[in-house]
Structures are given as structure tokens and as C-alpha cells.
Design a binder for this molecule. Structure first.
Ligand SMILES: Cc1ncc(C[n+]2csc(CCOP(=O)(O)OP(=O)(O)O)c2C)c(N)n1
Length: 310
């Protein structure tokens, strides 16, 4: 969680320099979700993230240097500089890629679960998406199909209350996203505080065990908040669409700080170990940015590589 947070902060602080020629959707405030879920996954399990995908990619073991190089559009980037922030891929660690199409990853991750089942592989597919993606019809089609086929898939909805500038209440009738009425045999559901990494991990553990046992899909709704703007750095976020008191209240519930305090108070984390962690992370981030800056850009000759041709 700390590593994701510090990476996001560095990107935010350097974004106005305009070297990163890509929109970025930062994950600050939501770190407990990717971290808690990926803690129970194996390398060979698959993850599909979304446009706000840096946390998913890193928590699943994605290479930081290749991610930062991708933001700098360099040929050493994880999508060879062609994808940018919303297309992070590292299949060696099960990061199957993301789609900038809201809801686009849901059927893709469902299809991966179908492939795992058909090949009799002991693997689980996890899809991360926002409350906005849950407004898309493809979500309901995918969940229905996964229940029908009892697919090893875990749908993780990060409900941060907003889709760009639209609050959830303006887009969704009552609490229709949460499948309260669903038959728990067909779909395991959980609705949890997404800022508590232990709760997230516990729910993910149940869902993943159910998937591995061949019992079918799960849906976990994680309540959380995006602390920064929808895209770019904070100063680019339009003002006035959110109540500052709402942002402040969620800042108080910062998952990184509250969990750090819980570990320190419980004697589970030594302050000197925390300092070491901070230093290691800072050095790793410095190295990743230096790697990105000194990496070559793709050339004109690369323009037609990695494309499907008719
Ligand atoms: C199919 C589609 N519709 C609209 C958009 C524009 N768009 C990009 S992000 C976004 C909001 C997504 O909200 P949510 O899924 O809740 O994720 P969050 O940004 O809150 O993390 C929208 C509408 C898009 N990229 N794709």
C-alpha cells in the first residue's frame, strides 16, 4: 500500500512537467483494495484492471520500471510505449491488461475465467472496476454468464462514489448494484469497507477459495474514495462538484495512514522498519524514473509492429 501511494504521489508531483504524455488516473485512497485482493492471489492468477489501474498492476507484481517507462511512452515500457497509463500489461505476473473502455475489462476477465475452466487450470480471474462500470450492461451479462457456468472469477467493485463528476446517487436506483437478492449458491457477495486491507483480504480469501473449489463467481463491493481528481494531478481537477467536507472526511480515513497506525500501535511494525521501507521505496521510484527518462522512444520503424493486420 505504501509503495503504491508513494508511486502515485511521485507521478502527481511530476505530472505538470508534461514529460508523461498520457492521461493518468491516480489510485490515492483506494490502495487497500488492490493490495488486499492481490495478497491472496498467485502469480498465475489473472487480474484485469481498469483506467485507474496503477495499484492493480503493482499489487499483482507488475514491474515498476516498465510501468513508469510506459507513462513516459518509452520503448522499454510495459506496452512498448504504445499504451500509456491505461494499458498496463505484465502477463508474467498475471496482469492481463486493462481497457480504457469503462466496463471493458469485465467480459474479458470473465472470458479468461472460462478459458481457465475449459483448460482445467487451477487459476482464478479477478476483475477490478468502478461503480461507473457497474452501470454498463456488460456487467450484468458477465455476472449472469459466470453464475451459469460457475466460473472461477471474482468481481471487485471499487465504489468510490463518483464517475468523473457524477455521484452514484444520480446514476443508480437505490442500492441496485449490490446483489442482495442473489442466490448465495450462485454468487457469493460481500459489501465491505474498502479502506481496511484486512477486511478486503478476508473477503478476497473467501471468494478466491470458492473459485478454486469450482463453486463459481463472487462479487465484492468495496466502499472507498478517490482522494484526488478524476484524472491528472490535483490542480487539474475541476472545482465545485464535490463537497470539500466529503473529501476531508475520507482523507481522515486514509487507508495507508490508518493501517500504519494500527500496525504501530499493535507493536506489529517497528518505526525503524517503516523508515527502511520508505527509503527503499524512494530509491526504487528514483531508479524507475531515471530508467524511464534514459530509455529510448519508439522509432518510426516501430509504428507497424505489434498491430493486428487484416
Ligand atoms: C464506455 C465508456 N464510457 C465512458 C467513458 C468515459 N469515462 C472514463 S472514466 C469514466 C468514469 C468511470 O467511473 P468508475 O467506473 O466509477 O471509475 P473511477 O474513475 O471512479 O475509478 C468515464 C465515464 C469511457 N472511457 N468508456
Amino acid at each position: 500500500m505504501l509503495r503504491i501511494r508513494r508511486v502515485q504521489e511521485r507521478i502527481e508531483s511530476e505530472y505538470m512537467g508534461d514529460e508523461m504524455k498520457t492521461p493518468v488516473h491516480l489510485y490515492i485512497g483506494q490502495e487497500a483494495i488492490a493490495s488486499g485482493v492481490c495478497a491472496v492471489l498467485r502469480d498465475e492468477d489473472a487480474v484485469n484492471g481498469n483506467h485507474r489501474g496503477h495499484g492493480h498492476y503493482l499489487a499483482k507484481g507488475g514491474d515498476l520500471k516498465a510501468m513508469i517507462a510506459e507513462l513516459f511512452c518509452r520503448s522499454t515500457g510495459c506496452s512498448k510505449g504504445f499504451g500509456g497509463s491505461m494499458h498496463l500489461v505484465d502477463t508474467a505476473h498475471g496482469n492481463m491488461g486493462t481497457s480504457a473502455i469503462v466496463g471493458g475489462g469485465i467480459p474479458i476477465g470473465t472470458g479468461q475465467a472460462l478459458a481457465f475452466q475449459m483448460r482445467r487450470l487451477d487459476r482464478v480471474s479477478v476483475v477490478f472496476f468502478g461503480d461507473g462500470a457497474a452501470d454498463e450492461g456488460t456487467f450484468y451479462e458477465s455476472v449472469n454468464f459466470a453464475m451459469l457456468k460457475r466460473l472461477p472469477v471474482v468481481y471487485v467493485m471499487e465504489n468510490n462514489g463518483w464517475a468523473v463528476c457524477s455521484p452514484t446517487a444520480a446514476r443508480q436506483c437505490a442500492e441496485n448494484v449490490f446483489h442482495r437478492g442473489a442466490d448465495p449458491e450462485l454468487l457469493f457477495t460481500a459489501r465491505i469497507d474498502g479502506n481496511d486491507p484486512e477486511l478486503v483480504r478476508a473477503a478476497a480469501e473467501k471468494a478466491v477459495a470458492r473459485a478454486r473449489a469450482g463453486l463459481g463467481p463472487s462479487f465484492i463491493e468495496c466502499a472507498t474514495y478517490r482522494i484526488l481528481g478524476h484524472a491528472g494531478c490535483l490542480q487539474q481537477d475541476p472545482k465545485g462538484y464535490r463537497d470539500p467536507a466529503e473529501v476531508e472526511a475520507w482523507r481522515e480515513r486514509c487507508p495507508v495512514r490508518t493501517y500504519r497506525d494500527r500496525l504501530l500501535e499493535g507493536g506489529l511494525l517497528d518505526p525503524s522498519a517503516l523508515d527502511r521501507m520508505e527509503a527503499e521505496i524512494a530509491a526504487e521510484i528514483d531508479a524507475a524514473f531515471a530508467f524511464a527518462r534514459t530509455s529510448p522512444l519508439p522509432t518510426a520503424d516501430d509504428l507497424h509492429t505489434n498491430l493486428f493486420r487484416g
